[in-house]
Design a protein around this ligand. Structure first.
Ligand code: AMP
Length: 214
């Protein structure tokens, strides 16, 4: 099974991917996570990408498609892939078809997380994660059950993404509207798109996604 989770920043792609990884032992392929790891590691890709990411703009198609290709090459054929934050442009959508074919895979579903754009800024600026295990939280919608302690690993260290500030979020929304949303009709024409209400609670969205994959 190969699926794309599509939606603007803050729609819940990362949260739902993490749930799918647990429930269906699929692999999450998040180009955002890969790029953040490259920035942290100071690799040539990271050095190129950092300023672009800080502005909320899109990194080049070539860089992200190469990351996806390399990650798919390292996976077992039978292991399902969740594309989270990729593809984000028409060129990336074409690259993905080519890369999937090269690895003997094809696209099963595109799940569009529909959201109320006005609510997204609040969603994004409130989110943080455990600095140790990466578990995702939100100040109001999904805080740890004991304040200041990670539910998953017990760590007391948390972090926020540098690009989760209001100004950058607005640029990321504009990028989504201008470059990513236009790739949906192509997938719709192939009959593989299902829209899920991304404003519903985390569990409810997960149930809706599971129903699509069943
Ligand atoms: P994300 O974690 O998916 O919100 O991505 C964070 C940032 O990484 C984005 O704002 C872009 O700068 C960059 N990025 C992630 N995925 C892509 C992609 N598929 N194409 C271009 N840039 C990307």
């Amino acid at each position: 099974m190969n699926i794309i989770l599509l939606g603007p920043p803050g729609a819940g792609k990362g949260t739902q991917s993490a749930g799918l990884v647990e429930r269906h032992s699929m692999r999450q392929l998040s180009t955002g996570d890969m790029l953040r790891a490259a920035v942290k590691g100071g690799t040539p890709v990271g050095l190129k990408a950092k300023a672009v990411m800080d502005r909320g703009e899109l990194v080049s198609d070539e860089i992200v498609s190469e990351l996806i290709d390399a990650n798919l090459a390292a996976m077992d054929k039978g292991e399902g892939a969740i594309f989270d934050g990729y593809p984000r442009t028409a060129a990336q959508a074409e690259d993905l078809d080519r890369i999937l074919a090269k690895h003997g895979r094809s696209l099963d579903h595109v799940i569009e997380l529909g959201v109320d754009v006005d609510a997204l800024v609040e969603r994004i600026t409130g989110r943080f994660s455990c600095a140790k295990c990466g578990a995702l939280y939100h100040d109001t919608a999904n805080p740890p059950s004991k304040e200041g302690v990670c539910d998953v690993c017990g760590s007391t260290e948390f972090k926020r993404r540098p690009d989760d500030n209001e100004e950058t979020v607005r640029t990321r929304m504009d990028e989504y509207r201008a470059k990513t949303a236009p790739i949906l009709p192509g997938y719709e024409a192939r009959g593989i798109v299902t829209r899920v209400d991304g404003m519903a609670g985390i569990e409810e969205v997960a149930t809706a996604i599971d129903a699509i994959l069943a």
